[in-house]
Ligand binder design. Structure first.
Ligand SMILES: [Zn+2]
Length: 117
């Protein structure tokens, strides 16, 4: 079984990872303090990564407006889903908005096909 995750949670993890990457890049830059140009380049990349992260957080905010709150049939808790197919945030139960996909194996490809229409 593939390790699917709820989309919103996954994007949030990505944004958090980007902050850490930015900090690590800037930290590496400190090692090059004898070469100001190299250090400045690292610092710049670090800042770009952190700015990118805030951009991703803003994107999550926009996506959150498009999510549909549903009650998970498996664990009974409320979750947010994005697109035609998504996973429950709590128990990873596959959820679908499309009745024709019900009972089918979970496949994120359905979202891609939907976006092309
Ligand atoms: Zn659930």
């Amino acid at each position: 079984m593939k390790p699917y995750k709820n989309k919103i949670n996954r994007i949030r993890t990505f944004a958090l990872a980007l902050i850490f990457i930015g900090i690590v890049i800037m930290y590496v830059g400190i090692y090059f303090r004898n070469h100001p140009a190299v250090m400045l380049t690292f610092m710049l990349f670090g800042v770009v990564a952190i700015i990118g992260s805030s951009g991703v957080y803003a994107w999550i905010g926009l996506l959150s407006m498009k999510t549909i709150p549903v009650q998970c049939p498996n664990c009974g808790r409320h979750t947010k889903m994005l697109g035609r197919v998504d996973m429950c945030m709590h128990c990873r139960e596959p959820l679908t908005m499309d009745p024709s996909l019900e009972g089918k194996e979970f496949d994120e490809e359905y979202n891609k096909k939907n976006s092309q229409v």
